[in-house]
Write a protein that binds this ligand. Sequence first.
Ligand code: ZN
Length: 537
Amino acid sequence: MTIDRFPRDLGHEVTSRSLAIRFGYNQRALQDIHVHKKNNSSPKPVLLIVLDGIRPDVLRAAIRDGDAPALGFLAESGEAIWDGTSVFPSITPAATAAIATGEPPSESGILGHAWYDREEERVVVYGAMRDTVISTGPVKVFHNNVWRMNRDDLSAPTLFEKLDERGIDGACVNFPVRRGPHEHPVRVRSVERYKRFTNRSELLGASVGGPKEYYMGDLFYSRDTGLHGRTGVGGLRRSVGINDAYAAGVGAMLLAEKAAPFTLVYFFKGDSITHHKGLAAQRRHVTVLDQYVEDMFDAAGGPEKALEDYAVLALSDHGHTPLLPNRRRFVRLGRILGEGASAGSRVRFGPGLEIVVVPNGRSALLYFEEGVEREKVVTTVLARRGVDLAAWSKDGWGVVRRLGRELRFRPADTVGDGPRDAAGRAWDLFGDPRALEIEVSDGGIGYGEYPDALERLWGCLRSPRCGDVVLSATPGYTFGEVSGNFHEQSDHGSLHASDSNIFVLASGVPAPHRLTDVVPTLLDHFGPGAETAETGT
Ligand SMILES: [Zn+2]
């Protein structure tokens, strides 16, 4: 192999060995790089698979037992990370926004299932449990989830938008955060079904902005695939045909066609199964998910061919924590905080109401009217069973309190200051690091039960949308939802490792450790774009 066969921009010193490390490619893939670069074509197309709520230990057990051969093949062929981290709150809208934008909730603007909009004086609900949807109003939630979240509340550009700037098209199946430059008309018949139940049809817009190819059940489809979701009565998603089998079918079609350089396929069912039936059910469901992945690989010519032709990234967005079997699992914050506090989808500040509580599963956002004493509220809630820690921001610092210990933290301004986390960021710390089970040694920060806690808290507390105090629940407990209901078996949202750790399997791209690293990793993979690449060769 002579040096001049390498792409010029990689430099003459680069050996095949260092290339393999740099890109994580095997030798076969390396040959492909030559072919691609020689033909002046783009980097490998990317398939990004998001499996909502699947815990790393659960997937690992399934792979070990031979129940997830496709994902096992991906893990073996590439890189596998079992202690990656979600954002805080570790909850789907915040986590999927982090995947799509590369930003934590403070920058993406998406904090959780629900938050209180001080300007509009109301709780914004993106939808979660069926009760929440019903208490908020199905059309309202539908509007918030499909239109408002992407269009109005998402404050950072998406990967679809960034790639489009580089001339790279995207495809998206069912993923909730999908803003992009291409307009997609809502397919009328599915909305007609909603209009029949409501006179709020003004809430449902005529189109949304998305990537070039956008599929979401019977609601949006760029082309008629013949793969419409199986519609049915009941849940919000089912009534517009949004389901995992559909996602796998459309995903397979897009791969068989090589429809787009970047394809994102999202599977949500594993999360809802776990909420209702627990981790053993999740373990069984991984087999189903693996079959979907295999279907998509087969459509690309089989697992080997799929990984030859595509860079593949598969990851979860958050974990899950089993709940106590009795009703004590529900920490009723509205009641604990007493008169003057209220949790609900329709609450707003006014006479007699000075604390708005917005539960988000195993996390909760508290909003204060002027004059509310933070110290008093924090002392009250931390005395209660099930409330693990409270955090807030004050004078440019993050503050966290747990077990009577308090730690103040903020990123260190100057290089070399403060102990560093694994990602290399230096932090100013004051107080007791044991508040977050942090160990500082040799200038490094070691985490225990609260992985990547400083970065993740910082990525929440800076947002005015997160309120005045954020709570994280003790394992076994949940704050429930704005409807006042709570899950049966399992929930997530907290800062604790069980909700926070994710798996990342990667082939053809380096495996990112944080959800917020997915976008930079993929932008790096695609490079500066077609035009620049042409001038460079
Ligand atoms: Zn969930």
